[in-house]
Design a protein around this ligand. Structure first.
Ligand SMILES: Nc1ncnc2c1ncn2[C@@H]1O[C@H](COP(=O)(O)OP(=O)(O)O)[C@@H](O)[C@H]1O
Ligand SMILES: Nc1ccn([C@@H]2O[C@H](COP(=O)(O)OP(=O)(O)O)[C@@H](O)[C@H]2O)c(=O)n1
Length: 230
């Protein structure tokens, strides 16, 4: 069967990566979490003192250092899922912290950061057979993707899902701060100048507020079969 490119975009914490991972596993495609890449650059900036005490970014220094920021994914043999590495170090857990979540949308709005990461993402998807999730995959990274999904869900539902996830991982979490962060990121991501989050004209929209994990998995699998049978 011919391999296609699948782009899954949408708001923060609505289940994009869960759906993308489930589908990739089911159909034997590569899965790429592009949010993890923006989170890694943010973690690098945090670890290297590129934010001042008011959270302003040293943009000139970050731009100079971009070529030194090497992002990769390594396979977790237990889960079978790729985990984010920053300059060779596995940072999968660190990049999910609120410290990173609070700053990532500001980093992701910088044009030189987007240019560098989009280039890497296009390289990763060159052979097709890929499920990539993010904010600009169907609009900018792969505008010709054969299957594009745009996911939404009620903000409180999304914040609750993220809260439950952080708790389960043993990461300190507070529902109101998560809700605030989810809404703030949605706003910044949808209003930035370069590749703002928006539904591609040919994307299929899914509101999964009231869907179970298995219902949304099946829904996506059905869309995949429709797209590959054409
Ligand atoms: N339909 C659903 N019902 C309940 N929880 C869900 C559903 N979809 C995803 N989740 C959970 O919500 C959290 C956020 O999902 P995730 O896939 O990381 O979102 P995104 O990639 O959009 O940020 C995860 O803990 C995931 O297990
Ligand atoms: N393709 C992408 C993916 C993420 N991002 C940025 O990276 C942030 C983190 O993405 P994410 O997918 O990990 O976010 P969650 O919804 O999983 O919390 C987003 O809020 C965006 O600011 C982006 O700008 N473009």
């Amino acid at each position: 069967m011919k391999k296609i490119t699948i782009a899954i975009d949408g708001f923060s914490s609505c289940g994009k990566s869960t759906m993308a991972k489930d589908l990739a596993r089911e159909v034997g495609y590569i899965y790429v979490d592009t949010g993890a890449m923006y989170r890694c650059v943010t973690l690098y900036a945090l670890h290297n003192g590129l934010f001042d005490k008011d959270n302003n970014i040293d943009i000139a220094e970050l731009e100079k250092r971009m070529p030194q920021i090497v992002l990769s994914f390594s396979l977790n043999n237990t889960t079978g899922m790729p985990e984010a590495c920053l300059n060779g170090e596995n940072v999968e857990l660190d990049i999910r912290s609120m410290e990173v979540s609070k700053r990532v949308s500001h980093i992701a709005a910088l044009p030189f950061v987007r240019r560098a990461l989009v280039e890497q993402q296009r390289r990763m998807g060159k052979e097709k057979g890929i499920v990539m999730d993010g904010r600009d995959i169907g609009t900018t990274v792969f505008p010709d993707a054969e299957l594009k999904i745009y996911v939404t869900a009620n903000a409180r539902v999304r914040a609750q899902r993220r809260y439950d996830e952080l708790k389960a991982k043993g990461i300190e979490a507070d529902f109101e701060s998560i809700l605030h962060n989810v809404e703030e990121r949605d706003y910044i991501d949808s209003h930035r100048e370069v590749s703002p989050l928006t539904k591609a004209a040919d994307a299929i929209e899914l509101d999964n507020s009231r869907m179970t994990l298995s219902e949304q998995k099946q829904w996506l699998l059905d869309r995949f079969h429709e797209a590959t049978e054409q």
